[in-house]
Design a protein around this ligand. Structure first.
Ligand SMILES: Cc1cc2nc3c(=O)[nH]c(=O)nc-3n(C[C@H](O)[C@H](O)[C@H](O)COP(=O)(O)OP(=O)(O)OC[C@H]3O[C@@H](n4cnc5c(N)ncnc54)[C@H](O)[C@@H]3O)c2cc1C
Length: 213
């Protein structure tokens, strides 16, 4: 990947998107302060980003462009820096009843007006649930799946890491997490294979828990 994207354009894009969350427009000085880049570099980045990522730059004459102001970015800009509102984050922002109405409206738009209202609704919130604290991993632009493999590399040969995010073969999936656990078990046991054994006593089913509180 072109280094300019990672070292100049992406940091500028990231700064613009985040700064625009709090104000209607951002100045070159704002972007330079947030990125630590010179005005000249910020100006070149904005010219590269204009169109696909930055949709409204009011320009003044001269370069470096100290008087330029940016007031809008495209949906692709938010996607590129991982800030695109997901259906889940939208639901998180809605009150319980609002989430049901919003989803029902989407379903009716997609499938027709005959979709009946649900008799019951439960709204979960992975983003704000303190026990999950988010969802699965996400490789941002500029990164690569190999970064996940790097996270699975032991430190000093003794501190081992398992989890969905530590392997690239099945990134984001449960079986990726599962296989990473087997990988680390083999590493710790110094064995080419391990035997998996399910112990019902150690993992009682929910029904068993109900019977035996
Ligand atoms: C909404 C959603 C839908 C999904 N759907 C699918 C699907 O259909 N198919 C699929 O294969 N995968 C799916 N996944 C992904 C799958 O759930 C994950 O890939 C998998 O759970 C990752 O397992 P893990 O063991 O790496 O991490 P986790 O399951 O996240 O486990 C990490 C554990 O560590 C605990 N923890 C965190 N910090 C600490 C700490 N400091 N001290 C002690 N404990 C801590 C957490 O509470 C958690 O229990 C989905 C995920 C989400 C969020």
């Amino acid at each position: 990947m072109d280094d300019t994207w990672a070292t100049r354009d992406l940091p500028v894009l990231d700064a613009v998107v985040r700064l625009l969350e709090g104000k209607p427009e951002v100045s070159m000085a704002d972007i330079a302060a947030k990125t630590g880049l010179e005005l000249d570099a910020v100006g070149r980045a904005l010219m590269a980003l204009e169109g696909p990522y930055v949709s409204n730059i009011s320009k003044s004459w001269g370069f470096p462009p100290s008087g330029w102001r940016v007031s809008a970015v495209t949906p692709d800009a938010r996607r590129a820096i991982g800030q695109w509102p997901t259906p889940e984050s939208i639901v998180d922002q809605l009150a319980d009843g609002g989430a049901a109405d919003w989803l029902l409206d989407l379903l009716r738009q997609a499938l027709g007006p005959g979709i009946p209202a649900p008799t019951e609704i439960a709204v979960s919130s992975w983003g704000s649930d303190p026990w999950s604290g988010g969802a699965y991993s996400h490789i941002r632009p500029g990164g690569s799946a190999a970064d996940a493999d790097l996270l699975g590399t032991p430190v000093a040969g003794r501190l081992c890491f398992a989890g969905e995010h530590t392997q690239s073969a099945r990134l984001v999936y449960t079986d990726g997490a599962f296989c990473s656990g087997i990988r680390e078990a083999k590493r710790l046991l110094r064995s080419p294979s391990v035997r998996l054994q399910f112990s019902p006593a150690a993992h009682p089913s929910p029904n068993a828990l109900e019977k035996d509180p």
